[in-house]
Design a binder for this molecule. Structure first.
Ligand SMILES: [Fe+2]
Length: 72
């Protein structure tokens, strides 16, 4: 295993966790936001954060080792 790549994958995993924490924070304030337009903005932000999380997950799995991900 390439330790340098594994360390990089670990850093990316932390960034992925940050995205999940951000999403949790947006969901937490959602019930307190009564304005429909602002609710829609929060939903758009959550959607963007999910995309970031997906991209980071792919990147993390790419760098974690030399073993490719199974196709099934
Ligand atoms: Fe993000």
């Amino acid at each position: 295993m390439n330790n340098e790549n594994f360390a990089l994958a670990s850093e990316i995993a932390k960034l992925l966790a940050d995205e999940a924490e951000a999403i949790e924070g947006y969901y937490a304030i959602m019930p307190k936001i009564m304005d429909k337009a602002d609710q829609d903005i929060l939903k758009e932000i959550i959607s963007d954060e999910k995309n970031h999380a997906m991209l980071l997950e792919k990147m993390m799995l790419k760098y974690d080792s030399n073993i490719a991900m199974a196709a099934d």
